[in-house]
Write a protein that binds this ligand. Structure first.
Ligand SMILES: Nc1ncnc2c1ncn2[C@@H]1O[C@H](COP(=O)(O)OP(=O)(O)OP(=O)(O)O)[C@@H](O)[C@H]1O
Ligand SMILES: [Mg+2]
Length: 289
């Protein structure tokens, strides 16, 4: 008989959580790098940040952060461990939910297990203010589910033709089929500010013409060899190379993100993100194993 988490205890002062899904359509645009570095920059700015690995394929977040989780959400679902026991903490103060295989399993939860996960997040200590979700490549059901459950989307674009067309395809399906209207766009591996801005404008021209969406430019992260070096040593660029151009750009992005609006409604609480993620039959997570 699975051990279910205790009944929720409302966190004192536990309020709305800013949920940011990092997405991008195309593979290799830097989604996971952006997720871990934005999470780190926000934590360094004083935010209490939880990072969820939503990539059902490889557990990229763990790899990039040099973490070696012993459990994932899978064991929480089966009742073997409690949610807080699986959470890992980075030296820079980010809490990480190593979720990869567990998220796939979450597609087939029985109602009691589903309720247990949602209660687990409701009762989670830590009083998190921001949840960052790293999503997989493409426009599979899992990506769409995460984007729909989050309130804010940060689309990572890169200067290459396939990145533009894939980003457009993702925005199209999210707006037409899932009624999402507002997207923030970050240009990664930018050669210059002007180049990045032009890329954003190219995307905006097509979305303005064919879709009813609002794109907001979230700035750029420069192409910086220190990012690749940090990835190789399984560290964040903020931790390994705090003076690098990319680290400075991430700190700027985090300062902006601190000003992005927080949800005012009770539905903005952490557990409701998971409720939305797991509830809708139409948005069931694709099982990848
Ligand atoms: N600002 C940058 N400058 C230089 N290289 C970068 C930068 N950001 C990311 N990279 C490189 O791009 C590689 C791919 O990044 P990452 O794994 O974050 O992409 P992804 O979009 O998550 O890929 P996937 O689709 O496989 O999940 C990283 O290993 C890193 O070396
Ligand atoms: Mg990734």
């Amino acid at each position: 008989m699975p051990r279910l988490p205790d009944l929720p205890t409302r966190r004192p002062g536990g309020g709305a959580v800013q949920v940011i899904a990092i997405t991008g359509g195309k593979g290799g645009t830097g989604k996971t790098t952006v997720a871990v570095n934005l999470a780190t920059a926000l934590a360094q700015a004083g935010r209490r940040v939880l990072l969820l690995d939503g990539d059902l394929g490889l557990a990229n977040v763990d790899v990039l952060l040099g973490l070696a989780p012993t459990h994932t959400l899978e064991q929480v679902v089966s009742g073997a461990v409690r949610l807080e026991e699986i959470i890992q903490h980075t030296p820079e103060g980010v809490s990480v939910v190593p979720a990869a295989s567990g998220v796939a399993r979450m597609a087939r939860l029985k109602p009691a297990e589903h309720a247990a996960i949602v209660r687990g997040f409701a009762a989670l200590p830590g009083d998190y203010e921001t949840l960052i979700v790293d999503t997989a490549t493409g426009i599979g059901e899992s990506v769409l589910s995460f984007c729909q459950a989050a309130q804010q989307l940060l689309l990572v674009l890169r200067n290459e033709p396939a990145s533009l067309t894939d980003a457009y395809a993702l925005i199209k399906v999210l707006s037409r089929e899932h009624q999402l209207r507002s997207f923030r766009v970050l240009v990664n591996m930018a050669r210059s500010g002007a180049d990045a801005c032009q890329l954003f404008q190219r995307l905006q021209r097509v979305t303005d013409r064919y879709l009813e969406v609002r794109l907001e430019y979230a700035g750029e992260i420069p192409d910086d060899s220190d990012v690749a070096s940090a990835v190789r040593s399984q560290r964040t660029v903020l931790g390994a190379y705090p003076g690098s151009p990319a680290a400075r750009a991430y700190r700027r992005l985090a300062q902006d993100a601190l000003g992005w609006p927080l949800p005012a409604l009770p539905s903005g609480r952490l557990e409701f993100f998971f409720e939305r993620l797991l509830a809708r039959p139409a948005a069931r997570l694709q099982v990848v194993q």
